[in-house]
Design a protein around this ligand. Structure first.
Ligand code: AMP
Ligand code: GLY
Length: 428
């Protein structure tokens, strides 16, 4: 099968890495890809939003399966665009249509969906631009801290936790009143703060049945002990020890089943990944967000734990035959440590030569995110540069593998968190 992966991050390198291992994978392309995907697939110089070029490329290369990595093209309707072409009738696409993608594209839409289908989530109210006065009044009635969420896509920056009323009021002014996130904050969801431990749960659905993929924990803040500004993710681990047995059963019964059934009863034909960000509040799960794609860096620990053939799983998702497939999961623990450019998530340099990428180490995989191949070799080309995944029989073995290789890879001003997984080891 000829396959096209859309995207250029660590998630897409991981998907390509796993697809490439399948005997059913013929030609594998990644658009636009990075220096890591260039080593296992053919990079195609087409941006994720250039639907016309993507469509033409699919026709030219007889692509049979498209796996869409990031959310933006899904929210912008890449599925409908490709499907509207008669010649692409038989193209398999993994990733929901425009309506399903609203689960991530609009926090208010996601909230209404959860309320309608009885899915546990934090209390909230949504206000639009012309309701600023009412929103401020409402703020005076809620408990602090409070969470303000820009309704639309804001590159992972649209959620602000405000410890006090005066900060919340000022932040609301900026978001709703001054367009802090452009059109994305034309509406703001004001949400109850949930205290607990976060967990990322991944589901693959063909619109009829579903498979639950391995869960993961993401480390979002830039600094150790979860301090400083949020990033796209500084590391992750899977499995997550507090999320086994009873808790996962609650997640399936209270969240996954009503989500998949809710999509069906709302006539939203959803074929793709559902990433459920949830909070474990004293043993009960509450949804804090839906994403309509795999997580990054969660993919770098979830995908390596999938033993089943990923091409088969992706094709079955598009063919609505997921129920016929057995999902096999590796019992090993996986950890990933993200190496970033100094300064990230604010300003950072690009173009620094990366040394040590040739080093091979057992049970350790180098996934590229922001990297690029130039004449002198591979250089940094983004904030998050590499994700180093270690596998082991337990968390400490996996982390030892990740950190051993991390210590051998350098560039000017590299930074990484040294405490990935430490909180969970304390629970072991
Ligand atoms: P998001 O951009 O939706 O992933 O949110 C960013 C982060 O904000 C999440 O990973 C949580 O750590 C935090 N967060 C979001 N909603 C809540 C909430 N209701 N209570 C506490 N923390 C939250
Ligand atoms: N790691 C969080 C995300 O992919 O949104």
């Amino acid at each position: 099968m000829n396959i096209l992966v859309i995207g250029s991050g660590g998630r897409e390198h991981t998907l390509a890495w796993k697809l490439n291992q399948s005997i059913s994978c013929s030609n594998l392309y990644v658009a636009p890809g990075n220096a890591g995907t260039a080593g296992i697939a053919q990079n195609v110089d087409i941006g994720v939003g250039d639907f016309e070029k993507i469509r033409n490329f699919i026709k030219e290369k007889d692509i049979e399966l498209v796996v869409v990595g990031p959310e933006a093209p899904l929210v912008d309707g890449i599925r409908e665009y490709l499907q509207s072409d008669d010649e692409l009738e038989n193209l398999r696409i993994v990733g929901p249509g425009k309506e399903g993608a609203q689960l991530e594209g609009s926090k208010d839409y996601a909230k209404q969906f959860m309320i309608k289908h009885g899915i546990p989530t934090a209390e909230s109210r949504t206000f639009s631009k012309d309701e600023l006065a009412g929103a401020k009044k409402y703020l005076k009635t809620v408990k602090m801290p409070i969470v303000l969420k820009a309704d639309g896509l804001a590159a992972g920056k649209g959620v602000i936790i405000c410890p006090k009323l005066n900060i919340a009021t000022k932040t609301l002014d900026k978001m709703l009143g001054k367009g802090m996130f452009g059109a994305a904050s034309d509406k703001v969801v004001i949400e109850e703060f949930l205290a607990g431990i976060e967990l990322s749960v991944f589901v693959l659905t063909d619109g009829i049945s579903y498979k639950i993929l391995p869960e993961a924990k993401d480390y979002k803040p830039i600094g150790e002990n979860n301090t400083g500004p949020n990033t796209g993710g500084m590391g992750s681990v899977s499995p997550v020890n507090f999320a086994q047995g009873d808790f996962l059963k609650k997640v399936e019964e209270r969240i996954i089943v009503p989500t998949v059934n809710g999509l069906k009863s709302d006539n939203i034909d959803y074929q793709g990944f559902i990433f459920i960000g949830l909070m474990n509040v004293k043993g009960d799960p509450y949804v804090i967000e839906y994403n309509v794609r795999m997580g990054d860096p969660e993919s770098e620990v979830v995908i390596p734990r999938i033993k089943s053939d990923l091409v088969e799983l992706m094709a079955a998702t598009a063919d609505r035959t997921l129920s016929e497939i057995e999902l096999k999961i590796d019992g090993k623990t996986a950890s990933t440590v993200v190496m970033v450019a100094g300064g990230y998530p604010e300003d950072y340099e690009k173009g620094d030569k990366i040394n040590g990428l040739e080093i091979k180490q057992e049970n350790t995989i180098i996934f590229h995110a922001g990297t690029k191949m130039v004449d002198e070799g591979i250089v940094t080309n983004g904030g998050r540069v590499l994700a180093i995944t270690g596998l082991g029989d337990n968390m400490s073995e996996a982390l030892d593998n990740s950190y051993e290789l991390v210590s051998k890879i350098h560039w000017d001003d590299v930074y990484f968190r040294k405490d990935i997984g430490h909180d969970l080891m304390l629970l072991e």
